[in-house]
Design a protein around this ligand. Sequence first.
Ligand code: NI
Length: 176
Amino acid sequence: MAVLPVVKFGDPILRKKTEPVTNIQDAVALADDMFDTMYEEAGMGLAANQIGVSLNFMVVDISQVEGEDGRPLIIINAEILETHGQADMEEGCLSIPDIRATITRPAEIVLGYLDEDGEAQEDSFDGLLARVIQHEVDHLNGVFFTDYLTPAKRSLINKRLTEISETGAPSTGIIL
Ligand code: NI
């Protein structure tokens, strides 16, 4: 088991669009450590650039959440092909500790990706799983959930984001 440090807001790697994965085995090997890291931090998803690797893959597992089932997923070279509906859900992020906010996103997605065997898949996701995957796809494109906040709400967290950039954590938490 290897728990890796999670890269925090302010590190330029998190603003950079990741490159497509070409070596599936290398990505899957790294995904093992990413699962360890995600479970240690009680997260539901983790993008590769959050552990400092600028490649397009993520790990996701919502089975720890009460009332949800599912299994650990490795999602490689993800592309959102379709979106449907709209839902509000509170989000947080291991790279932006102690800040949570309700964000509006599509309720359902159709995702094209490669699985851990390198096989092309096209699946529909809804509910919490659709939410987590969209959050991680954003990471892989250099986007944070806080980017969706209105200027007024954004002004409430700007100081905290600076603190995270400088020290890794804000002096106080907030839920928007
Ligand atoms: Ni995140």
